[in-house]
Design a protein around this ligand. Structure first.
Ligand code: FE2
Length: 333
């Protein structure tokens, strides 16, 4: 990931003092954001300056206070968005355009963050060793029929914590804990590596099913070495028994200090427009959220799913409890 620009460099990179501009702090990578910022500047004439951060965004915004040059912050994972909001460094914002383009479950009720793209956490299953009909619900992944056949990354990774939080939304603590114990008992090896490493392990025969995010299928298929791994698996969409498929989001929030508030709102509206939504979603094989916008053909080829109908804020609220349960069962141990 690119290193953060110091604030001085960010300001120096800005156009002459009176030029229309908007300043972003982003945890998302340059290759994902650049096509969007270019399209926005082309459409509006507003210059976009981006500081790419790998961590410390909240601390930086708090330290800069009212003098922060940042107008908008970008990140993935609703818990991260919620943490930024809870730190008091953002302001709620809404508009008829935002309301029309972003379904209610993908934004904070008060407008303090807005989802821009979604990704589902799904099951990668061996084409050779798993009949697609065998993968049904998230609950079923704890069934002893999968003993020694499951691979996942660390239980404490935000993607898995969010999934456990979703389980906790649908069940009580005792049930979620038992589910986590069941998943652990089914592991073919200790949790390790990233999502793609689990697909590699299916390809090499170490396990038969794995948890992973949808867009990694697109990333693997675009990579000479990883293509083989991807071709060894099916993308299957489990559901919660009384819900749908677990999603998470990438999103945007406006900073409290936003020196270029009007331009920042224009950018948020642009980002939720179907045109920009498709650019953003295609850049990382994600799903756009705006009605009338479509995912990439490759993404659509994996099949469609019913999203779990839960406001993602309800998952952020359960994050700490989910993490505690993951630690209690010593998932990674
Ligand atoms: Fe990821």
């Amino acid at each position: 990931m690119q290193k953060a620009l110091p604030v001085i460099a960010l300001l120096a990179a800005a156009q002459p003092a009176l030029a229309a501009e908007v300043n972003l702090y982003s945890y998302r990578q340059p290759e994902l954001l650049a096509p969007l910022t270019e399209a926005f500047t082309k459409a509006t004439g507003i210059e976009v300056n981006v500081a790419y951060l790998s961590d410390g965004m909240v601390e930086r915004l708090q330290a800069e206070g009212d003098r922060s040059p940042a107008d908008l912050v970008f990140t993935v994972d609703v818990s991260r968005l919620a943490a930024i909001v809870h730190a008091g460094v953002t302001q709620p914002v809404t508009s008829p355009v935002l309301e029309a383009n972003v379904p209610a479950q993908y934004h904070a009720p008060d407008g303090s963050w807005w989802g821009l793209t979604t990704r589902a956490r799904i099951v990668y299953a061996s084409k050779d060793r798993v009949d697609p009909s065998e993968v049904t619900s998230y609950e079923d992944l704890a069934d002893p029929k999968w003993r020694g056949r499951l691979c996942t990354r660390s239980g404490t990774h935000p993607y898995n914590v969010a999934l456990a939080a979703a389980h906790l939304y649908h069940h009580d603590e005792e049930t979620t804990k038992a589910w986590l114990e069941g998943l652990k008992a089914n592991l073919a090896r200790k949790p390790q590596g990233n999502d793609r490493a689990q697909v590699k392990a299916i390809w090499s025969g170490e396990c038969d099913i794995a948890l992973g995010n949808t867009y990694y299928m697109g990333q693997m298929l675009s990579d000479d070495e990883q293509k083989e791994w991807a071709e060894a698996v099916n993308v299957l969409f489990p559901v919660f028994e009384d819900g749908g498929t677990h999603e998470n989001i990438s999103g945007v929030a406006m900073t409290k200090s936003a020196p270029n508030r009007d331009n920042a709102l224009k950018m948020m509206e642009f980002l939720t427009s179907p045109e920009a939504q498709e650019i953003y979603a295609h850049a990382n094989f994600e799903y756009p959220v705006a009605p009338g916008s479509e995912a990439d053909d490759l993404v659509k080829s994996w099949g469609s799913y019913e999203a779990d109908p839960v406001n993602l804020m309800a998952l952020a609220d359960r994050r700490a409890d989910a993490l505690r349960l993951i630690e209690e069962v010593d998932y990674d141990g």
